[in-house]
Design a protein around this ligand. Structure first.
Ligand SMILES: Nc1ncnc2c1ncn2[C@@H]1O[C@H](COP(=O)(O)OP(=O)(O)OP(=O)(O)O)[C@@H](O)[C@H]1O
Ligand SMILES: [Mg+2]
Length: 297
């Protein structure tokens, strides 16, 4: 979820009861229908002519003298599903913090496409450019329905009241229906998000990101805490998203990594803040250094 959306959703949920009461009494302060507008995110074009949607070179970041990211270089192709594995403390989450503007590196280069220097932008601007991030813990609005959560993800107007009076256009309705189907929550559209299972909440949050049509999705340990069946469905979901979006998936669950990387997907192994090995899952799994630091003997 984007930082803006997180703040607005909380505000929106709090204002919900008040507006409902006002509507019943026919005394909205809002100016009625004319205030009920919003707009889709207008994502800037990302130039991927050089075959790369994300490009990191020699990135370093230290926390109190400790090099959490140490000359990290890595790039991802448009439509690719890249798996990132590595031991605890390798710097996987910190790398996502850098890409999304949450953490500023001490040095190095981070580009989105070949022209957008991400280090020049704030976290909220990066989200609006089309980089969606999913944290490990699901952050959906529990007191809103599945449908309302997805609807909320479309709204970029800062005013809570105009968000609440927002009407979906037909294209947006189609998109919402398509995403409900993609995330396997069509039968649950009217349920409160708080009543969903952990796995369903994770899918809903992914759906909320998809509503903004991100070019690149960063997913940090998306199947942690899921049942085996939910994990298998999540693998199907990611494989369906691949191609239409670029994905970077951090996970410790190796059977999930196997399912989503298939025969040809690239797996990057991070260790001590830089790339230790990279290649197909078979290649990295048989790499002595990877076995030593991560997979065990
Ligand atoms: N804000 C911070 N301040 C201080 N140290 C930090 C900060 N963020 C991360 N670190 C340190 O940087 C290192 C990398 O952490 P990070 O969370 O990126 O690892 P990770 O690969 O995501 O690990 P895990 O698999 O456990 O999630 C760790 O040693 C961590 O303690
Ligand atoms: Mg982490």
């Amino acid at each position: 979820m984007t930082p803006d959306l997180m703040a607005k959703g909380t505000e929106l949920a709090q204002a919900h009861a008040k507006l409902e009461a006002e509507k019943k009494q026919g005394q909205t302060e809002s100016g009625g229908r004319s205030a009920g507008f919003s707009r889709m995110h207008k994502l800037g074009e990302v130039d991927t002519a050089h075959g790369r949607i994300l490009y990191l070179e020699d990135v370093c970041v230290s926390f109190d003298g400790f090099k959490a990211i140490n000359n990290l270089s890595l790039d991802i192709a448009p439509g690719e599903l890249r798996c990132i594995i590595g031991p605890n403390g390798a710097g996987k989450t910190t790398m996502m913090d850098i890409i999304t503007g949450k953490t500023r590196p001490d040095s190095g280069t981070v580009f989105f496409g070949s022209t957008i220097d991400l280090l020049r932008y704030k976290e909220s601007e990066i989200a609006q450019m089309g980089i969606g991030r999913k944290f490990q813990k699901p952050t959906v609005f529990e007191q809103l329905t599945v449908f309302e959560n997805l609807e909320l993800a479309l709204k970029t107007d800062k005013s809570v009241k105009s968000s609440m009076l927002f009407k979906l256009g037909s294209l947006q309705s189609d998109r919402l229906a398509e995403i409900l189907h993609t995330i396997h929550l069509k039968p649950d559209a009217a349920r409160l998000a708080g009543n969903l299972s952990h796995g369903q909440k994770q899918w809903l949050e992914i759906g909320m990101l998809l509503m903004q049509d991100p070019k690149l999705l960063l997913l940090d340990e998306p199947v942690a805490g899921m049942t085996d069946e939910e994990t298998a469905r999540t693998a199907e979901l990611f494989l369906a998203l691949k191609g239409k979006h670029s994905l970077m998936v951090v996970e410790h669950d190796m059977s999930f990594i196997k399912a989503i990387s298939g025969d040809s997907g690239i797996v990057t192994v991070l260790c001590d803040g830089s790339v230790l090995a990279q290649g197909s899952l078979d290649q990295v799994q048989s790499d002595e250094r990877v076995i030593e630091v991560y997979l065990g003997r």
